[in-house]
Design a protein around this ligand. Sequence first.
Ligand SMILES: CC(C)(COP(=O)(O)OP(=O)(O)OC[C@H]1O[C@@H](n2cnc3c(N)ncnc32)[C@H](O)[C@@H]1OP(=O)(O)O)[C@@H](O)C(=O)NCCC(=O)NCCS
Length: 141
Amino acid sequence: MNTTRAACAPRELAGGLVLREACPGDLEQIGALLAARGAEEDALDHRLVVTDPEAGWAACAVVVDGDRVVSTATLLDEEVRVGDVRLPAGQVELVATDRAYEGRGLVRALIGWAHERSAARGHVIQVMIGIPYFYRLFGYE
Ligand SMILES: CC(C)(COP(=O)(O)OP(=O)(O)OC[C@H]1O[C@@H](n2cnc3c(N)ncnc32)[C@H](O)[C@@H]1OP(=O)(O)O)[C@@H](O)C(=O)NCCC(=O)NCCS
């Protein structure tokens, strides 16, 4: 199976919601969601990632309800150095769900997307700098 393609295929979630790769038309809504649920500068960070040719739109996924972006997450390419060994790593960042859509498993689904994409990109480790308790739910330690 082509794992990169599998990681970017749209998938249907409960309630008619769809998880898919983000696209340029989502930019304003993603920025507004990140700013509303996190910090204003998250919208700028997101814009810098998706407009960076080395990352691009494929680094970001959204859950949409029709045309409305209701949840998002972004997978960054990182490198962890252990002595002289360089390990390709993934890092999930810029995570947010619209308040009206919380508790429906949208971020759990997006983290699943991110981990699939991470494996397809050859990452051998995941790094996380988010809220410790929350991300332990997704296998981080
Ligand atoms: C935290 C947040 C991203 C959760 O999004 P969500 O789509 O409601 O999350 P999910 O429904 O997929 O929940 C995933 C898991 O997290 C747990 N969870 C969700 N919100 C939680 C909270 N505030 N405290 C503790 N656990 C929480 C859920 O119980 C669920 O666990 P389970 O699958 O084992 O039952 C969302 O509430 C949000 O955007 N908050 C503001 C921004 C923020 O905190 N971002 C993350 C910081 S890095």
